[in-house]
Design a protein around this ligand. Structure first.
Ligand code: ADP
Ligand code: MG
Length: 647
């Protein structure tokens, strides 16, 4: 193959014969039986074939040009038109037989605009004609026929010789799997269209198997080279903590803690994902883990995505741990308590004997300046807000500490099996008992007067409310609500009750005092941007109004709504939107119908795709050519089983 073409193929990600074979067709054309032109109706997408009976370029006003040829398949004529591509005149001549694929744009005369067209040449019939023909994604300088011919040679010459390493793995399997060489042949040059799905499944399975093997090897390498810090512990902190909690851990929490404590006593460092819907009580499990590290002689760090959440953990862990004699520090961009030595402790000469501390912080924890002796456990809360890099950096602060990452973004089943394949996973799948249910309503702005009345009523009953707008400041367009501009209006609506203002641009002590006021109950309603999206835990807040709700993604709406329904009272989430797009309306309808995080996440995945759902930085997913992360749950599962058994 010439260097020129090789470099063009490289643009399609094709550098080796292997890459070539994995470049699947984007669709197929059944050229055994082209459609009859006379049967086509406007809007139909079809392949037709016939000789060109006339062709030429028309010059139009304004320097535009139109190249057109007309084919006649014996049933009717079809006009094929291309604007501003006069050079096409060189490639298509009257008398050539062409195959054309496209959408009928009008019926009188029958026409297609910018269809895909290909001249049938003598000699290559078997590849390009009278069969189900693959149509590939192309790039500049690569022609369909050329690529198809190269693919034909690759399939015949190379795939045919390939040894299917999975043959023995799949031999006893219930489903019938094509051998790999046959799958390549059938995916590129199928005998009929039915074969293509079977072939795709085999190739997708192969991709998932290879991915699983990679993950497994990474794990093996990690486990064989790295010795864990011994966090067997003796329960002298964990036990009194659990007893003092004031509630019993749910069955799911107990199981999760069981998994964690086994890991921490094991011989390689824990790498565990704790997945649980908003409000399921992940923090208490994390606290047990932190205490286990401390009673084993190690410190623990807790990384949170926002200052507000870090402050909350600082407060919660402080309340839980100080009775046990453990110091909790805060380390954020604006506040660092670690450098300060507690004068009382110094006076008592307790410094040496003090238990190792817990440090709670934000991104500031992963920065160069932060150092902590003896880290035994790193906890990363709301993992989906961080990239893989940040996780790695934090872990490097210690000598391979145990790592517990937590997420409330319920990762759809298929993704859970792939993305987090390098983590063990525990799921908290029940909410603590006694939670009031959350009801969700979608409304238009016309209902706002009633909604405000409802909120006033709830506040009068003693509850608190969140009001969420998408913007901090109005950017002139005026169609999205901004908290700074609406603050006064909201205060008027809710007078005489006190309203707090919260957004990401406040200074951290301002945030702290607002949250403090809301927590103490002095502030009755919090007007906020989505900064409160993660983690904030104020059980008395039972009403949430989100305006311009269609501007938020499903995952985000679910997270936001997770701020309510945390106490015993019934909660209400009101989503207000005007002129939402169809997709936006659909999202809101889904929210109204379901409060199940998994269901919502699967829906989100369907709408947005995995990269966006997980954040590019951490998705780390290979680019599957045949596998589909959304639909192929069964294949992913199968690959996992096979690799576990044979890999
Ligand atoms: P999330 O999983 O979203 O991080 P949290 O850990 O913030 O949830 O827990 C939500 C609330 O539930 C907290 O107020 C916490 O104290 C409370 N909680 C946790 N576990 C239980 C339980 N087993 N019984 C009752 N309340 C619990
Ligand atoms: Mg949380």
């Amino acid at each position: 193959m010439g260097g020129e073409r090789a470099s063009r193929l490289a643009k399609l990600g094709i550098r080796t014969i292997g890459d070539l074979l994995w470049h699947g067709p984007k669709r197929y054309e059944d050229r055994n039986q082209p459609h009859e032109i006379k049967r086509l109706a406007k809007g139909d997408i079809a392949t037709v074939a016939g000789p060109i009976v006339a062709s030429g370029v028309k010059r139009m006003r304004g320097g535009r040009s139109l190249f057109e040829f007309i084919i006649d398949d014996g049933t009717a004529r079809l006009h094929c038109r291309w604007w501003n591509m006069p050079y096409m005149n060189r490639y298509y001549k009257t008398g050539d037989t062409v195959h054309v694929h496209g959408k009928l744009s009008s019926e009188k005369p029958r026409s297609m605009d910018h269809p895909e067209a290909e001249v049938a040449e003598e000699g290559e019939e078997f590849i390009h004609l009278k069969r189900v023909v693959p149509v590939y994604r192309l790039t500049e300088g690569i022609k369909q026929r050329w690529l198809r011919a190269v693919m034909w040679r690759a399939v015949e010459g190379y795939a045919g010789q390939m040894i299917d390493e999975r043959e023995s793995w799949l031999a006893g399997d219930d489903s019938h799997w094509l051998p790999l060489p046959d799958a390549f042949k059938a995916v590129h040059f199928p005998e009929d269209l039915e074969q293509t799905e079977m072939a795709r499944e085999r190739l997708a399975l192969e991709e998932f198997i290879r991915f699983q093997i990679q993950i497994q090897e990474k794990r093996k390498r990690f486990r064989s080279t790295i010795q864990a810090l011994d966090c067997t512990g003796d329960d002298r902190l964990v036990k009194p903590f659990i007893e003092s909690l004031g509630f019993n851990l749910t069955g799911s929490q107990q199981r999760a803690w069981g998994d964690v404590s086994l890991d921490m006593a094991g011989s390689f460092p824990m790498r565990r994902l704790l997945q649980g819907d908003v409000g399921s009580g992940k923090t208490a499990v994390a606290a047990c883990a932190a205490l286990r590290a401390i009673e084993s002689g190690f410190s623990a760090v807790v990384l949170a995505p926002t200052e507000i959440l870090a402050e909350q953990h600082y407060r919660v862990f402080g309340n839980w741990f100080s009775p046990l004699g453990i110091t909790v520090h805060l380390h954020t961009g604006s506040k660092k308590t670690l450098g300060e030595i507690d004068p009382a402790q110094r006076e008592l000469g307790m410094d040496d004997e003090a238990l190792p501390p817990v440090v709670v912080g934000t991104h500031a924890l992963v920065e160069e300046g932060f150092a902590l002796e003896n880290i035994g456990l790193a906890i990363i809360d709301e993992q989906h807000k961080f990239g893989v890099e940040q996780r790695k950096k934090l872990v490097k602060k210690g000598r391979y500490p145990h790592v517990l990452v937590m997420t409330a973004t319920p990762i759809p089943r298929t993704l859970g099996l792939t993305v987090y394949g390098d983590l063990d996973c525990s799921v908290i799948d029940e909410l603590p008992p006694g939670r009031g249910r959350v009801r969700t309503f979608v409304r238009t702005p016309e209902s706002l007067p009633k909604v405000w009345g409802f909120i006033r009523e709830k506040i009068a009953e003693g509850r608190q409310a969140y009001i969420v707008y998408p913007r901090v400041d109005d950017q002139g367009s005026g169609n999205l609500k901004a908290v700074n501009q609406e603050f006064e209006a909201v205060q008027e609506q809710l007078a005489p009750h006190i309203v707090g203002l919260m957004h990401g641009r406040l200074k951290s002590d301002e945030k702290e005092s607002v949250i403090g006021g809301f927590l103490s109950g002095e502030i009755k309603a919090l007007l906020s941007t989505s900064v409160i999206e993660v983690g904030v835990d104020i059980p008395n807040a039972t009403v949430m109004l989100i305006e311009n709700a269609d501007r938020f993604g499903l995952a985000q709406l679910h997270q936001l709504r997770g701020r309510i329904g945390r106490g015993t009272h019934e909660s209400f989430c009101i989503l207000v939107a005007e002129d939402a797009t169809e997709e936006g309306q659909h999202r809101l309808a889904v929210m109204e119908k379901s409060s199940d995080g998994f269901e919502l996440a699967e829906e989100d995945l369907r709408q947005r795709g995995p990269g966006e759902l997980l954040g590019q930085a951490q998705s780390g997913l290979p680019d599957f050519k045949f596998g589909n992360l959304i639909e192929d749950w069964r294949l992913i599962q199968k690959a996992r089983e096979l690799v576990a058994r044979h890999g």
